[in-house]
Ligand binder design. Structure first.
Ligand SMILES: Nc1nc2c(c(=O)[nH]1)N[C@H]1C(S)=C(S)[C@@H](COP(=O)(O)O)O[C@H]1N2
Ligand SMILES: [Mo]
Length: 201
């Protein structure tokens, strides 16, 4: 992971809806792109999504199979640790609840893994109960490669680095093991409302 593209800076806008911008955040203009490395290009014919790790029977879907799963449209606010927030973003994706149906596991954590080697850790509780999706559309269009297409994790109630782009699966884990940014100084959990940006926050 050789470089970090920081996207552009947003401006503070008048009239931000009160109570929706976590402390220290401002409203972004547009949709910044933040990637710790180049955008991977995986052919849809080679793409799969897997549930692995602490499971009796791992699960795997091809792109065709994945697109047949029941999906949901969600409108959510997102908050990047670099301080931009974006309200009312519109996504379509498969709820993690749907992907974990019938999965027996003692795991309490998940490690999301992506093309390009990015990983991030999230408690399973934060991905289930309607709190996490594998999103493949943004604003009614297929998710653009720079924003994680064909599919990315979407966990909007945590800082956006948890929403792994180009995600290829979840590994269910018994322990909360730091992922890429969590090993590089970012908070293990990352709640924007408690400003859990870095280790020690
Ligand atoms: N695979 C991968 N996922 C990633 C990242 C990354 O570098 N690689 N960056 C994270 C960070 S820090 C943020 S803020 C968001 C940015 O998503 P965006 O580029 O769609 O705005 O993706 C997150 N997911
Ligand atoms: Mo970020």
């Amino acid at each position: 992971m050789a470089f970090i593209s920081r996207g552009f800076k947003g401006r503070r806008r008048e009239g931000a809806p009160s109570g929706r911008i976590p402390p220290g955040q401002y409203l972004a203009d547009g949709f910044p792109v933040l990637s710790a490395g180049p955008t991977p290009r995986t052919k849809l014919s080679d793409w799969t999504f897997s549930i692995v790790g602490e499971v009796d029977t791992p699960k795997r879907w091809t792109w065709e199979e994945f697109k047949q799963l029941p999906s949901q449209e969600v409108t959510v606010d997102i908050h990047c640790v670099t301080k931009w927030s974006k309200l009312d973003t519109l996504w379509r994706g498969v709820a993690i609840d749907t992907l974990l149906e019938g999965v027996e596991s003692a795991a309490e954590y998940a490690a999301a893994f992506s093309d390009g080697g990015y990983t991030t850790n999230v408690p399973l509780e934060d991905l289930t109960g309607g709190k996490g999706w594998i999103a493949y559309e943004y604003d009614g269009q297929p998710l653009a490669p720079e924003h994680g297409g064909p599919a990315r994790l979407l966990v909007p109630h945590l800082y956006f680095w948890k929403s792994a782009k180009w995600v290829r699966g979840l590994s269910l884990e018994l322990e909360d093991k730091p992922g890429f940014w969590e090993s590089n100084g970012y908070h293990l959990y990352g709640d924007p409302w408690r400003e859990q940006r870095y280790w020690g926050d």
